[in-house]
Ligand binder design. Structure first.
Ligand code: C5P
Length: 232
């Protein structure tokens, strides 16, 4: 996998037009984009097919979770759009159903282990018996046997989870901040190079690119950082 393919830019923008303009400005500097609920609910699904048609790769971050029949059928519909990745919550039933729905397509499923906005106290409050680390490791083990292709997790957990799942799962991490860029609302950040060195396959980067004065240069700098980590 090339360093360029390891960068996934989160198109967290309010309109399809803004997203398309950004992709145009970035040009060939990057090739992988994440489209989330905000853009999808603003009518962004056709953008998935347009980007795929232009030879770009798309990560649909829809975090599915419902009864198995609904998850399976929804995943089968989504698989027709041509996206590369789709997120589902990493519950055994949900992962199994999504895997069945994606069968025969190129869509890879990523399990969301625990939302990075949740700490130990939040999980307990929601009725969980264990904290973040135990929950993430438990879910990573289950993901391995439920057929999903990979996991979404915080950069802080990458090394530990890599130790549990080996090289069998694709590990994708948000919470990335290049050196000298403010963390904003992200609490546990790593630089692109640090996340790759810890064992991440892909990094998801939003505002450091979307809010940069020169998004193309920002993306190129991140890819250069990734390249250095891979060379080291
Ligand atoms: O702007 P920033 O680089 O913080 O964007 C990170 C992206 O990754 C956002 O789209 C955010 O919703 C997503 N994400 C995250 N933490 C998670 C899962 C997804 O930051 N646990």
């Amino acid at each position: 996998m090339s360093p360029r393919e390891r960068l996934i830019i989160a198109l967290d923008l309010a309109s399809i037009e803004a997203a398309e303009q950004l992709v145009l400005r970035i040009g060939e500097a990057a090739n992988f984009y994440k489209i989330g609920m905000e853009l999808v609910y603003a009518g962004g699904l056709p953008l998935v097919e347009r980007l795929v048609g232009e030879g770009k790769k798309v990560f649909l971050d829809l975090k599915l979770h419902d009864i198995p029949n609904t998850v399976e059928r929804a995943t089968a519909q989504i698989a027709r759009l041509g996206a590369s990745f789709l997120t589902v919550h990493a519950y055994p039933q949900t992962m199994k159903a999504a895997v069945a729905g994606a069968a025969g397509s190129h869509l890879k499923l990523l399990g969301v282990t625990a939302l990075t906005s949740m700490n130990d106290k939040d999980l307990m409050e929601a009725g969980y018996a264990s904290g973040v680390e135990t929950t993430v490791v438990h879910r990573a083990r289950q993901a391995k046997s439920r057929g999903v292709a990979g996991l979404i997790l915080s950069p802080r957990e990458v090394r530990m989870v890599r130790g549990v799942v080996g090289n069998r799962l694709i590990l994708v991490t948000p919470g990335i901040r290049p050196k000298g860029v403010g963390a904003g609302d992200q609490k546990r950040v790593m630089t692109p190079a640090e996340a790759i060195a810890a064992g991440a396959d892909h990094i998801v980067v939003g505002r450091p690119v979307t809010e940069a004065a020169d998004p193309k240069a920002a993306a190129a700098a991140i890819i250069a950082d990734v390249e250095q980590a891979l060379a080291a």
